[in-house]
Design a protein around this ligand. Sequence first.
Ligand code: MLT
Length: 235
Amino acid sequence: YSSSVAFTEDDVRDKTVVVIDVLRACSTIQAALENGAAGVIPVAENDDAGKYTRSLDASRILLCGEKGGKKIEGYRLGNSPLEYVYDIVNAKIIILKTTNGTRAVTRSSNAKEVLIASFLNLTAVVDYLKKQNTRDVLLICSGWNNRLSIEDMLCAGTLTYRLFDGKLPADATDGTKVAFSLYQKFGENISKLIDSSNHAKRLKAIGYEKDIDFCSQVDLYSSVPVLYQGMIRLN
Ligand code: MLT
């Protein structure tokens, strides 16, 4: 199969899209589902969140999300994966609005399939993609307000390295080459690189340093969140 790494919107039709947002949306989605949430509905705008709160059983849903990294006023939870504990999220449907991560997911909704990736489920994503064979895979790095996030690119590079068993494909795009090289340089020091990233600095400044350690764990989980009819569930 072919695979490429993109940092902005791309043509997603007929592709398997892997949305990467290490800090923190994809890590948070995974933690919520692992801790019992029935599903996560990613939304790009507050209005979309309102639409769901009106149409679903109110007792089952939790409105969650961040702006500037902080919990949106009036919402139940923010975007810290550590907030999504069993006692709060079990059997609930999470409506999640984040600045970049959930936007990247909703923008990919025309893709053949959309997977959610972070370091927390790296091997699960690699295994999932390898099993599907002959697929056109697009790794989308969510980044931060149209800027590149090095932790997302390192995750894309690690996935690429593993998907191609350490050999850069001859037809690799520029994005793939950059991500792959980043893995070659920093693959042994994942948590150090994440810790020194721009977004880690932003999170530390608002008191979320524990999230950085949590999101730096490789293969804490062994499942892949998949988008199906607007809702993300574990495969
Ligand atoms: C995002 O979607 O932009 C991030 O997950 C922001 C955050 O760390 O809360």
